[in-house]
Design a protein around this ligand. Structure first.
Ligand code: SFD
Ligand code: AMP
Length: 655
């Protein structure tokens, strides 16, 4: 690596910095370029290559948020029900009213969207009817989804304003105002270079967090997860470290997925109308339906919340009636029989072939490993069922989860306590009234987020994350135009920042000759081993797969202590090269995301998400005391956490 270890320090000034190159970042880049005056500068920095970065890297086979003829109010009701009632209606409504336009743009940019017979040539924007799998989900041929969306963003922004393979390590506050963002710092994963950005506004959209919990995949399968392995909680960690308020970090997403390949289930349940059964062929949803009466809305929901559907699955697994089977065989056979009846044997044959191809394509388009499992295990989905299994927990704010960052909402809908600008609210207090509001701004001035970053508003998915990036773009631009006189001042010295980032490299250099086995050394710990230690703590004490998602206060208190020790030891992480340096910094971010989750879970004295986790000391939903947001904040100077409640408010009637 030649001069590795002596990084050049490059300083860059830009009015707007976008951290991440995923769906939200692409939406932001596209929208900014539609409105911004020429002299406002923008830079986008992604740790990977935008064409295939983030959760949509492999592609997707459905767009899960398209309202079509539904109203935004209905969308709010669906999301609220799915997330057990503690969500921000204003943020969800805002996504709902804008999301379809993003989907129409995707089609214009070349994304093939399935259409109803007769509408094949008619774009959505001209009234073309999509093929809905569910009420909110539409089918696409989406292997190249991310390439298409990234291409539009790149074209809008221009490659000279985009840097790929730069890992952002931390955000920097202004030296003259510790509630104001002024910059960020990161390193190249390809060259010996540190980048220091000075900026007026930041959109921090580095996705959710994976691999904080020990995954079910081990050994050679390690690295196979459902959500993207390369998103390591940077969004939550970096914003929290500069004092940004987090919300609902106790929420996690534990999706039921095709076992070992992590193939998504939505298309199977909704499009192919497959059913899932226990080992006796019984439908767990029917068998255990009465269990829904213990939780809001007390058995009345048309579609039970995702966590409650898991809750019913887990009863079967706990009581020895596993595995849960997705009856792909029965579903495809039933569809084949209906084709024969409707079209006759010859035409039906063709249609059945096409149907089987679609079943494979569902995975080839978004979760290739699942097609690999089918091929490797000789599974013919039209002949045999496949096992389903709840996965390890993930943190995300855009899919069927809602952890994330506390932000302002839209000025026309959000109540005054969810609006602010130059004077962000302090922990647990309301903001001063009368400030100009900037939608999707965090409690740090000039710092915005979207997609997986915005908490208390899930079910945006790919399309809603893009739309939310666009929403944030407009308000960031207005922030920058209103604060043109701001000159960012960094308190940290750039050489010190570079040394902090390269500390794992220095540690390795200083101690590498002490032992002959790279994994064993009293003076350092490898990022891989540190990650294993974090995952063991989270799995065993914080309700991972090892305990069937079960914990209690005593276990979590032990975890707080263990995480504290882990944080001390993490200072000894080493890195042999730039790739391992990225692994080390990913771990620093994972630790903070995991710690936030743990502290929120400890604070919430109830089990709001049965099926995602159980706190056995409070194994019930308490609507009187806990139908509220749990928020938290780190003091950027002392590093101390405070966790507190914020009142919940229904803005859309839920009946
Ligand atoms: O089947 C740094 N998602 C689905 N959405 C749908 O609309 N339909 C589906 O079919 C969906 N399904 C699905 C989905 C995801 C995955 C992995 C699978 C299946 C297998 C969800 C969406 O993909 C998701 O909601 C959005 O992508 C979220 O968007 P955003 O922008 O919040 O996150 P991102 O796209 O992952 O992008 C993150 C970016 O940050 C970069 N990054 N850059 C610099 N410095 C750092 N420190 C960084 N850390 C991360 C990343 O490289 C990336 O560019 S299904 O299950 O329902
Ligand atoms: P998934 O493939 O599980 O990520 O789900 C994709 C979409 O389908 C999401 O919008 C889910 O909420 C929805 N979905 C998945 N399973 C079901 C189900 N059994 N009933 C209703 N909606 C579902």
């Amino acid at each position: 690596m030649g001069s590795f270890g002596k990084p050049d320090i490059v300083e860059i000034e830009t009015d707007i910095l976008i951290i991440g190159g995923g769906m939200a970042a692409c939406g932001c880049a596209y929208e900014l370029m539609r409105w911004k005056p020429e002299d406002v500068t923008v830079r986008l920095v992604d740790k990977a290559a935008m064409e295939r970065s983030g959760a949509v890297a492999q592609g997707l086979s459905a767009i899960n948020t398209y309202l079509g003829e539904n109203k935004p109010e209905d969308y709010v009701r669906m999301v609220s029900n799915d997330l057990m009632g503690v969500v921000r209606d204003d943020l969800i409504f805002d996504v709902g009213r804008h999301v379809d336009n993003s989907v129409q743009l995707f089609e214009e940019w070349g994304l093939p969207i399935w259409k109803q017979p007769g509408d094949e040539e008619k774009p959505l924007s001209e009234g073309g009817k999509p093929v809905n799998s569910g009420k909110w989900q539409i089918m696409i041929n989406g292997e190249s989804y991310k390439c298409i969306v990234a291409e539009a963003a790149k074209k809008a922004l221009g490659m000279n304003n985009i840097q790929e393979r730069i890992f952002i390590v931390k955000l920097l506050l202004d030296a003259n105002d510790d509630t104001r963002i002024a910059g960020a710092v990161g390193f190249s994963t390809r060259e010996d270079k540190i980048f220091v950005y000075k900026t007026n506004a930041i959109l921090c959209v580095a996705g959710g967090a994976v691999n904080v919990f020990r995954p079910r995949s081990v050994g050679e399968g390690m690295g196979r997860t459902w959500y993207p392995v390369w998103n390591s909680g940077s969004t939550y960690a970096m914003v929290a470290q500069v004092g940004g308020e987090l919300t609902m970090m106790e929420n996690r997403f534990v999706p039921a997925r095709f076992k070992d390949g992590y193939g998504p289930v939505g298309a199977w349940f909704l499009l192919f109308k497959a059913r899932a059964t226990n080992n006796k062929g019984e439908m767990y949803l029917e068998r255990n339906r009465d269990m829904l009466k213990d939780y809001p809305p007390y058995g009345l929901a048309k579609v039970p919340a995702t966590c409650l559907r898991n809750h019913l699955i887990l009863k079967e697994l706990r009581e020895g009636r596993g595995p849960i089977f997705m009856r792909t065989d029965k579903a495809l056979q039933a569809l084949a029989a209906s084709y024969e009846e409707e079209f006759g044997p010859d035409e039906a044959k063709k249609k059945i072939k096409h149907l089987e191809a679609e079943a494979w394509e569902d995975f080839l388009d978004m979760s290739i490993g699942q097609a690999g499992v089918w091929a490797g295990e000789n599974i013919e989905p039209e002949k045999v069922p496949s096992e389903l299994m709840p996965t390890e927990p993930y943190f995300l704010g855009s899919h069927s989860g809602c952890c994330g960052i506390w932000t302002t909402g839209p000025s026309d809908i959000a109540p005054p306590e969810w609006q602010w600008g130059d004077k962000p609210p302090k922990a647990g207090e309301d903001p001063e009234p009368g400030q100009k509001n900037y939608n999707r701004m965090t409690t740090v001035q000039g710092l915005f987020t979207a997609g997986d970053g915005v908490g208390a508003s899930g079910h945006k998915f790919s399309s809603g994350s893009h739309a939310e990036g666009r929403i944030a773009a407009k308000s960031m631009l207005s922030w920058v135009l209103d604060h043109r006189d701001f000159t960012p001042t960094l308190s940290a010295n750039t050489t010190e920042l570079a040394e902090e980032i390269y500390a794992p490299v220095r540690i390795y250099e200083a101690h590498k000759d002490y032992s002959t086995n790279i994994d064993v050394n009293p003076y350092y710990i490898t990022p891989r081993n540190l990650q294993a230690r974090l995952q063991k703590i989270m799995d065993e004490y914080v309700a991972g797969v090892g305990t069937m998602y079960t914990t209690n206060v005593t276990l979590m208190e032990i975890a707080v202590r263990k995480i504290g020790e882990l944080k001390k030891d993490s200072k000894k992480m080493m890195a042999r090269d730039l790739h391992e340096l990225m692994r080390a910094w990913e771990n620093y971010h994972r630790i903070y995301a995991g710690e936030a989750h743990l502290r929120h879970m400890l604070f919430r004295k109830e089990t709001r998400y049965p099926g995602f986790y159980y706190n056995m000391d409070y194994n019930y939903v308490d609507e009187v005391n806990w139908k509220c947001f749990v928020n938290s904040k780190i003091d950027p100077v002392t590093g101390e956490w405070s966790v507190f409640k914020r009142a919940h408010k229904d803005l859309v009637s839920k009946s």
